[in-house]
Design a protein around this ligand. Structure first.
Ligand code: HEM
Length: 380
């Protein structure tokens, strides 16, 4: 339990953190990778370059500081991050490294303003926050379907749309696959030729059928930027029969038990986890709303066609090339307001949809979402 004095110091430093938050985390990453270059095998270099991880960490630190009197308020967010950490195989021994480098960065950026009292208060507080993560992750490690990264053989590759391929991979080494939890993702570890480090990326599982293995989908990065280095590597270099390394499925964006009709609302490759959810809800009343640039961009056409005869499942496609974005009026025509809504897409798609759903008066407790990439904000 943190002392009253420590908590007062933490609260008093919030404005300073708000001012220097991103600067502190930038110094933190630079210093940590200098001291521990092996961690570059875990972290996503592209997220560092785009400042996304900096923002995520800064926001988490701030959220913790703001909730210092009742840290349990951040637990739902810790759960989502803990799943990612488990998927990446972040271990308890990594936490002191992050802690030491975070404190170093606070001292470096704040200079003399970082008094010993402030440094001690943050060291102590980081320890408490780290323990919350470590404990939650310990529970997830106990449940993981297999430990670490294990080799899988690529059994099938299918071009699902112009830019999306699905990969079906079956385990080697006697792993007996458990039924998939729709909405979860697997994590791939690759080491593209010419790169200095291993690269880890999460991809959503797109089918609940595991008879031939785990099926996940990957969108090619058409801009050809650093951003899509692993996705493009999988598209261009991986063939049937190859082996790739996977950690066990993770993620808490999963279906809740409900009697209500369901709405699946996706943008682009965000359709992936929702397809697995649809397959496992085929006896329910479902409206599947998908927004894509055009028809060529829509994946899983075979699966969608197979659902055509089912009266309880309605598809609604919005092609922005033809009719512009998915608007409030369009959504109001297909949503009743009594459904349980599951959304997935880019951060900007999700933010736009949340605004519209709020305007339509849909209670946030009925909206479940997972943006691709780091969660938009710990406080959303
Ligand atoms: C992702 C916070 C400790 C490695 C994240 C995210 C947050 C976060 C907010 C983004 C989650 C998302 O994508 O939605 C924290 C906090 C920590 C902590 C508050 C300490 C209390 C660690 C440690 C490691 C680590 C000890 C390993 C050395 C990662 C990696 C990612 C991540 C590799 C994925 C994002 C990327 O690669 O850019 N963490 N983390 N974290 N964390 Fe942590």
């Amino acid at each position: 339990m943190l002392s009253l004095e420590t908590r007062e110091i933490i609260k008093a430093t919030i404005p300073v953190l708000e001012e220097h938050g991103n600067e502190i985390t930038t110094v933190f990453y630079a210093h940590m990778f200098e001291e521990h270059p092996e961690l570059l095998n875990i972290f996503n270099k592209t997220n560092q370059q785009q400042g996304r991880q900096q923002a995520a960490l800064a926001q988490t630190v701030l959220a913790a500081a703001k909730h210092i009197d009742h840290l349990e308020a951040i637990i739902p967010n810790v759960n989502q991050i803990a799943h990612k950490h488990r998927a990446l195989q972040v271990k308890p021994e990594h936490y002191p490294i992050v802690g030491e480098n975070l404190i170093y960065a606070i001292q470096k950026v704040l200079g003399e303003a970082a008094t010993p009292e402030i440094v001690n208060a943050w060291t102590e507080t980081y320890g408490v926050i780290a323990d919350v993560f470590i404990q939650m992750e310990q529970g997830l490690y106990k449940e993981e379907e297999w430990h670490g990264f294990k080799p899988f053989k690529v059994a099938n590759i299918k071009q699902e749309s112009e830019h999306i391929k699905s990969f079906t991979v079956s385990p080697i080494n006697n792993i007996k696959l458990q039924p998939v939890v729709p909405g979860q993702y697997i994590t791939v570890k690759v080491h593209p030729e010419g790169e200095n480090n291993d690269m880890l990326r999460h991809y959503s599982i797109c089918s609940d059928d595991i008879s031939s293995g785990i099926k996940f989908a990957v969108k090619r990065d058409v801009a050809g930027s650093e951003k899509g280095i692993v996705s493009n590597y999988l598209h261009d270099n991986i063939s049937v029969g190859d082996e790739i390394l996977l950690s066990a499925p993770a993620g808490e964006f999963t279906l809740h038990t409900t009697e209500q009709p369901l709405v699946f609302l996706s943008g682009g490759v965000g359709m992936t986890p929702l397809m697995a959810m649809l397959e496992s809800s085929s006896d329910k009343q479902v409206t599947f709303i998908h927004s894509a640039y055009n028809r060529a961009e829509v994946p899983f056409k075979d699966e969608i066609t197979a659902f055509h005869d089912k009266e309880n499942i309605q598809f609604y496609f919005n092609y922005s090339e033809e009719s512009g974005r998915l608007t409030r009026d369009k959504l109001a025509q297909v949503i009743n307001g009594n459904e349980e809504i599951y959304m997935c897409g880019s951060v900007s798609f999700m933010e736009g949809m949340l605004v519209i759903l709020d305007e339509l008066g849909i209670d946030r407790t009925h909206i479940h979402f997972e943006p691709f990439g780091p969660k938009m904000s710990i406080t959303v």
